[in-house]
Design a protein around this ligand. Structure first.
Ligand SMILES: [Zn+2]
Ligand SMILES: [Zn+2]
Ligand SMILES: [Zn+2]
Length: 147
């Protein structure tokens, strides 16, 4: 985590992004909870614990800046709320895929990219050059499926 913070800091410095204590607190929350795909409101609730004076507008603005710099990626589940995760290095850029539980809302990540062969087939069939894909699977997580 220390490592990621340093990489992130370097990137932010390159772009002239100023690390204020509030922004730093937001970034730390993001790094600590990266697997949770937090929304701005959830980030706000977590940051407020250590940083009670922070406003929701600051969180929105910071997320917007981090997005412009290209160090976070957004996950849109079409539920009116955008979730974020830090996405730093090249292998993060092709985004992993997500499994979304219809029952409890849990979001899991698929590490393997199994779609290369499908891409190739589509390219051959439709003469369409695929540059990227974004896939979400909806279903039941192991816990909900047991019920
Ligand atoms: Zn579930
Ligand atoms: Zn993710
Ligand atoms: Zn993929």
């Amino acid at each position: 985590m220390v490592n990621r913070m340093n990489i992130l800091k370097e990137k932010l410095k390159e772009t002239g992004f100023k690390i204020t204590p509030q922004r730093r607190a937001i970034i730390e929350i993001l790094l600590k909870n990266n697997k949770d795909h937090l929304s701005s409101e959830e980030i706000y609730d977590l940051v407020r614990v250590d940083c009670p004076e922070i406003g929701l507008a600051t969180v929105y603005r910071t997320m917007q800046l981090l997005d412009e710099i290209g160090v976070i990626s957004k996950l849109n589940l079409d539920d009116g709320c955008i979730r974020y995760e830090i996405s730093l290095n090249k292998e993060d850029t092709h985004h992993h895929h997500h499994l979304i539980c219809k029952n409890c809302g849990k979001i899991m990540e698929v590490k393997e990219d199994l779609l290369d062969s499908i891409e190739k087939e589509i390219q051959d069939l439709y003469k369409f050059k695929i540059l990227d894909h974004d896939v979400k699977f909806y279903g039941l997580c192991p816990k909900c499926n047991k019920r």
